[in-house]
Design a protein around this ligand. Structure first.
Ligand code: NAI
Length: 340
């Protein structure tokens, strides 16, 4: 089959799509794929929606476990294209077993996520969200809005890949001391002034801890009762990575005791039942998120750290390029993009 024919005949089924996904993927569909958009999440029930598709495109909360992968293979799907960087929701072993290729977008805009992490820090610290509402009600008092200088504070970063590295530069720009823990030390970052140390040191020494590692067996619940006990009183914890890095019940305890002074989360352990939807008229059954949202020193955003024009453009371009490369060469030049 020649390469353009391989692309021409290919239909991509997109799951968990929002209006903005349709806009960006339609705009950058340079290779002329046929695009089928489903708003629903991919899971063992919704797999049946796929018809005559050799490619599925999924996002962070789609369920791509062995049961789903088996059904995908039976339906003739050959490629699972993630339109995100994290891939903890995909059973890669099962994909191998059923001979499916899996690709992702490894680094579409580390700046988008790193800048959002810093936005969360600034909001929690300087309480601009409260000031905005206050002033609109003609309350010009400053009581309760006291913050601290970021300059000179210690920021601890866990995971210094694309996003952690970018975030470190921003933190250094603010005049912070930057500590980092990663399974691999980054020499370039050390030259820039980042101090690599062990994980417990990051917990002990940091005024602010920002999580930028992937969710896997080693990192699951890295923020737990023990690690919180090591932290400074009134520590600020920021998670723009994956919800499962934080043991939610322990963080709630830490907040109630006043040990944790601030929490900013863009991701949440049980987010797949909540995020990317308007539930404003519903009764939320998840008591943990309701408790979290009741604290005045907790800021929750709904997995929006990636959500910039630049990032969505890159996501669409790279996803289509990945698929085209797999169809025409059965490979992708950027090895970080090919998971199986
Ligand atoms: P990356 O792959 O470039 O970097 C991950 C880093 O974590 C690597 O340096 C790796 O060595 C390190 N790491 C792996 N295991 C570790 C461990 N046990 N302890 C400490 N460090 C460890 O990934 P990138 O692009 O920086 O993304 C990081 C995470 O951010 C992704 O896995 C994803 O979960 C999340 N993310 C969140 C987004 C959002 O919108 N909130 C958007 C994009 C990514």
């Amino acid at each position: 089959m020649n390469s353009s024919a391989a692309v021409d005949r290919s239909k991509i089924a997109f799951f968990s799509t929002q209006p903005y996904d349709k806009i960006f993927f339609n705009q950058y569909n340079e290779f002329g794929f046929e695009l089928d958009f489903f708003e629903t999440q991919l899971n063992p029930q919704t797999v049946t929606l796929i018809q005559d598709c050799s490619i599925v495109c999924v996002f962070v909360n789609d369920i791509v476990n062995e049961a789903v992968i088996k059904q995908l293979a039976e339906k003739g799907v050959k490629i699972i294209a993630l339109r995100c960087a994290g891939f903890n929701n995909v059973d890669l072993e099962a994909a191998k077993k059923y001979n499916l290729k899996v690709c992702r977008v490894p680094a579409y805009s580390p700046q988008a996520v790193a800048e959002h992490a810093m936005a969360m820090i600034l909001t929690l610290n300087r309480k601009t969200h409260k000031a905005y509402n206050r002033v609109r009600e003609q309350n010009f008092s400053l009581n309760g809005l006291l913050g601290f200088d970021l300059y000179g504070k210690t920021i601890g970063i866990i995971g210094t890949g694309n996003i952690g590295k970018t975030f470190a530069k921003i933190a250094l720009g603010f005049g912070c001391k930057v500590l980092a823990y990663d399974i691999v030390t980054n020499v370039e970052m050390e030259k820039d002034g980042v101090i690599f140390t062990d994980l417990n040191d990051v917990f002990r020494e940091s005024d602010i801890i920002s999580l930028h590692c992937p969710l896997n067996e080693q990192t699951k619940h890295v923020i737990n009762e023990k690690s919180i006990a090591l932290m400074k009183d009134h520590v600020m914890i920021i998670n723009t990575s994956r919800g499962g890095l934080i043991e939610t019940a322990c963080v709630i305890e830490g907040l109630k005791e006043g040990k944790i002074g601030y929490l900013g989360i863009d991701v949440y352990e049980q987010e797949e039942k909540l995020f990317f939807r308007d539930l404003s008229a519903d009764i939320i059954q998840d008591d943990a998120i309701q408790r979290l949202m009741s604290f005045p020193n907790v800021l929750v955003t709904a997995h929006q750290a990636f959500f910039t024009n630049e990032a969505l453009t890159q996501i669409a371009l790279v996803t289509f390029n990945n698929i085209k490369s797999l169809l025409t060469q059965n490979d992708i030049e950027n090895k970080a993009a090919l998971l199986v």
